[in-house]
Design a binder for this molecule. Structure first.
Ligand code: NDP
Length: 497
């Protein structure tokens, strides 16, 4: 005993674990001072004559100027897409279209580092996410739909799949490249052409993708990229397009629906969410904690399907909370280009204000907030990982989409109560269930009103798997065979029922 004590005395104190900086180099990215609109296979100056600055949200440094496309630019882009559709793309044999898609996929893989760094610089997300998730998945979507392009005759039994025409595609800032891939790959595979409008705050990777489209030698006008703000998106929706595909807020989704009501335009909407991540008492706790952390802190919580409401079965509330707080304390907030970073920058000042407003509301309404102590950089837009306990279903933080690193924790006693609370939302995009029991997973999945239900995992994506919502989360599916359906007219074959 005495000997042991002596040994302990001699043992040097272990210093706190410090990570050395591990910055990813920006050298791989070549920024232009000013970009053009990508119309008809060329970068052109905007007829509007207007430009806007795009910044790095982690430093507020201006990265470049991009055009603000006006109505005339939108018309030119749509005309270029229509011309490409009628003169070439629609009638190309599927196997030829698939070659182009494979080329894009391979170019994305070859230039993955360049894309990932630019995605993190312009959007604020950690490099480990853009490098390991956004870019590989974007390439995988092009590979996947390249595989469908020459198999459309077998995709919908008894029916011929014909392309619709020109798609107007409006995407958000949380997954710029991945959303571009979700929109473009199925549209092109089915023989449509596109005008893509990236979000105001994250236009740069879409413009780099336009370079890849040139590199892949797609027929001019097959894909057009027009940058701008909400007005540009609204003009595209109102333009002479045959199909509108939108991902973004429920509010704008409703406006778009009103705009195109009564027209023949086809529409898919992928909107907000307020997903429940439900942990039963028999769940493996450490695994569940990792899933909960991934569910809400991945991409700073800027995720439509984020598990922003944690429902915990009462007997494990205390131990789960303790583990969760300990895990929050280890999350590293800071430079998106540092490979150790877990939580990067909030995408914009406007989004930061929205998060702050809702978090203040949570405190005012009586919920109890926990945030780990961590230093935040002086410049840029940052928010600490945050969790709330003592949340009731009527609190704004339990009802509204925060779209930030903020988790609201509620409890339940029975599976019925979990289902009722989980479904008590205008949204219906995703849900998570954590339990050892397979039968309970199936029982829950049948009752949860969500487009995707993950079991003992969260935020898993695969190009072959459809994704989309119910209720105010929108309609239509992206991914898989389901993701092709919104881009085709299905015509019954002779003799088919
Ligand atoms: P928006 O819905 O405004 O933006 C999504 C896209 O739509 C952007 O490209 C935007 O352009 C464009 N847009 C804006 N107004 C119109 C319009 N009237 N017609 C057509 N297109 C338009 O989302 P915000 O960026 O304002 O974010 C607000 C909230 O929306 C977030 O806090 C979050 O809760 C939710 N959101 C949900 C997303 C999801 O994936 N479900 C994604 C993004 C936001 P621009 O950026 O140039 O204004």
């Amino acid at each position: 005993m005495t000997e042991l004590e002596t040994t302990r005395e001699r043992t040097p104190e272990v210093p706190a674990w410090e990570y050395a900086d591990a910055p990813e180099s920006k050298d791989v990215v070549r920024l232009q001072d000013r970009y053009g609109l990508f119309i008809g296979g060329e970068f052109v100056e905007p007829k509007s004559g207007k430009y806007m600055a795009t910044i790095d949200p982690s430093t507020e440094e201006v990265l470049a100027e991009v055009p603000e496309a006006g109505p005339e630019d939108v018309e030119l882009a749509v005309a270029a897409a229509r011309d490409a559709f009628a003169s070439r793309w629609r009638d190309l044999p599927g196997k030829e279209r698939s070659k182009y898609l494979y080329r894009i996929a391979r170019a994305l893989q070859e230039r993955a580092r360049e894309f990932a760094v630019l995605e993190s610089m312009n959007g604020g997300k950690p490099i480990k996410e853009s490098r390991d998730i956004d870019l590989p998945l974007a390439a995988a979507h092009f590979f996947y739909y390249a595989g469908w392009a020459d198999k459309l005759d077998y995709a919908f039994p008894g029916r011929d799949a014909k392309p619709i025409g020109v798609a107007g595609q409006v995407i958000p800032w949380n997954f710029p490249m991945l959303m571009a891939a979700w929109k473009l790959a199925p549209a092109l595979a089915a023989g449509n052409t596109s005008v893509l409008k990236p979000a105001e705050t994250t236009p740069l990777t879409a413009l780099l993708l336009a370079e890849v489209i040139q590199q892949a030698e797609l027929p001019p006008g097959t894909i057009n990229v027009i940058t701008g703000a909400g007005d540009t998106g609204a003009a595209l929706v109102a333009a002479d397009v045959d199909k509108v595909a939108f991902t973004g807020s429920t509010e704008v989704g409703k406006q778009i629906r009103r705009t195109i009501a009564g027209s023949k335009k086809r529409l898919t909407l992928e909107l907000g969410g307020k997903a429940a991540n439900i942990v039963f008492e028999d769940a493996p706790l450490d695994q569940a904690v990792e899933g909960v952390v991934n569910g809400i802190f991945f991409n700073q919580g800027h995720v439509c399907c984020a598990g922003s409401r944690l429902l915990v079965q009462e007997p494990i509330f205390e131990p789960l909370l303790e583990k969760l707080k300990a895990r929050l304390d280890t999350l590293r907030v800071g430079d998106p280009l540092d490979k150790n970073t877990d939580i990067g920058a909030i995408n914009s000042r406007a989004q930061l204000s929205r998060i702050e407003e809702l978090v203040e509301a949570g405190v005012e309404e009586g919920a109890e907030m926990y945030q780990p102590v961590c230093d935040l950089p002086e410049r840029g837009f940052w928010f600490r990982p945050t969790l709330f306990t003592g949340v009731s279903q009527s609190h704004r933080i339990a009802r509204e989409e925060i779209f930030g690193p903020v988790l609201s924790i509620l409890t339940f006693r029975t599976p019925e109560e979990a289902v009722e609370k989980a479904n008590n939302t205008p949204y219906g995009l995703s849900a998570g269930v954590w339990t050892e029991k397979g039968s309970r997973i199936l029982w829950m999945a049948e009752r949860l009103k969500a487009g995707v239900v993950w079991a003992n995992t969260f935020n898993r994506f695969d190009p072959a798997s459809p994704f989309g919502g119910y209720k105010e989360s929108g309609f239509g599916r992206e991914g898989g065979l389901h993701g092709l359906a919104p881009y085709v007219d299905l015509i019954p074959r002779d003799g088919a029922p």
